[in-house]
Design a protein around this ligand. Structure first.
Ligand SMILES: [Zn+2]
Length: 85
């Protein structure tokens, strides 16, 4: 049961990082909200992603292991505004 992700799921998952950062169009928000209401797996992904973002933002100096950081980065787009310059 690994290849059951629908095209719509892939699209929604691709939009989630921007959705979490409040960077989306009204049409995208509508589609994402409608899909999350109907798709438990995407909803779980959204909540996990949002939880990671909240954790990282509230604990900026946390010493995360590389594997955890990799997992987070796979879910997030490249930073548009690097903070460690
Ligand atoms: Zn889905």
């Amino acid at each position: 049961m690994t290849d059951k992700t629908s095209t719509r799921c892939l699209k929604v998952l691709a939009l989630l990082p921007r959705f979490i950062e409040n960077d989306f169009t009204p049409e995208e928000a509508e589609e994402i909200r409608a899909h999350l209401a109907a798709c438990p797996s995407c909803l779980a992904e959204y909540e996990a992603m949002r939880g990671l973002v909240d954790t990282l933002e509230s604990l900026p100096n946390i010493g995360v292991p590389p594997s955890f950081k990799d997992a987070v980065m796979r879910h997030l787009p490249p930073s548009k505004d690097p903070e460690d310059s």
